[in-house]
Design a protein around this ligand. Sequence first.
Ligand SMILES: [Fe+2]
Ligand SMILES: [Fe+2]
Length: 209
Amino acid sequence: MELSESALAEQSLLQSLPLRCATPAAWARAALKDPDALLNDHAHLEKKAASNALELLCRWPDAQPPSGWLRALTSIAAEEAEHLRIVSGLLLQRGHPMARHHRNEYAGKLHSSIRRGEGRKELADRMYVAGLIEARSCERFILLAREAQDELADLYRDFLGSEVGHFHAFFRMARQIHEDRTDEWLDLEAAVVSELDFFPGILSGFRGL
Ligand SMILES: [Fe+2]
Ligand SMILES: [Fe+2]
């Protein structure tokens, strides 16, 4: 069967992500069995992404922020807030408010490897973690877009471009701040994601599926 132009673009985006542990398609099929829980989790991740970009804004390591720092982070924060508006709106249309609580074991495990109290190293690590979350989200959106129907397929497809842009921006800023630790972080992320259990959430694991 011949692939459409958008399917080919998604395939090439998927292949361009440097992730070292691939999520199986079965994960997306399982996640889409509870679309409301998936959307609720997604809304919380967008909220966290917006607030994290704002939180990073004033953490630059020197008297002057690196070139493009404010522009990159304020753009990311604005785009994530818009994503939150869209996802939470969709959730409301489907009759559900955002739940008050949210768990994110994946991000928690990545955060535990940040070199805290080490100045530029800590900040670079925070950027790597933010970039990895974006890259893994991109992978998941592609898998979900392939398996979903109607408005959900459109939603995941619509977010892809901006999330891949965020991934590149965070990794670029990480390398600007401190030595390149990309390789180490990619290995660490692959180990983290392969040990997580499944639940209907964008950054859940696929163990036990
Ligand atoms: Fe987003
Ligand atoms: Fe993002």
